[in-house]
Design a protein around this ligand. Structure first.
Ligand code: CU
Length: 157
């Protein structure tokens, strides 16, 4: 009976130790999140959309653009100073690592006229004025649903 109890205790301790080791191993990645943005021919807010079009993220997070519908890709139009602009390939998933705080404004070039645009806010919107300027000037190149630009700007905090 005593021997049985002893074995149980040892097993318990080794499991706990293993769990603690696992926790410390994954402690750093657990703080960053992956946000998924789908590229769609039709979504909740109409045709040719990124969904969700607005993402609030933290520095170190990633955004994964998912080509759920075909015929789309993604290109940044405004990124914070020091961040790398991006251009993805048609119909391929694309992952962006958000290394700097600020606003990241992007579009799907073939569907810009239909307001296929999106905005990512990472931490504080440190480049708010320059990003807003780009967004306002982009609005002039959109033929339908240009109000999506204003909706995105209204979500910045
Ligand atoms: Cu598109």
């Amino acid at each position: 009976m005593t021997a049985h109890k002893f074995r149980f205790t040892c097993l318990h301790h080794s499991l706990l130790g293993g769990l603690l080791a696992l926790c410390s191993l994954f402690a750093a990645p657990a703080w960053s999140a992956e946000h998924v943005v789908r590229m769609l021919n039709a979504g909740a807010s109409g045709s040719m959309v990124f969904e969700p079009a607005f993402v609030h993220a933290q520095v170190g997070d990633t955004v994964r653009f998912e080509p759920t519908s075909t015929g789309h890709f993604v290109r940044s139009l405004a990124v914070p100073e020091g961040a790398t602009p991006w251009l993805s390939e048609l119909d391929l998933p694309f992952v962006v690592t958000l290394a700097r705080p600020g606003l990241y404004f992007y579009n799907c070039p073939p569907h810009l006229m239909m307001a296929m645009v999106g905005l990512i806010q990472v931490g504080e919107a440190v480049n708010r004025s320059s990003a807003t300027q780009v967004m306002k000037s982009t609005k002039g190149r959109i033929y339908s649903h240009a109000e999506r630009i204003d909706s995105l700007l209204a979500l910045v905090n």
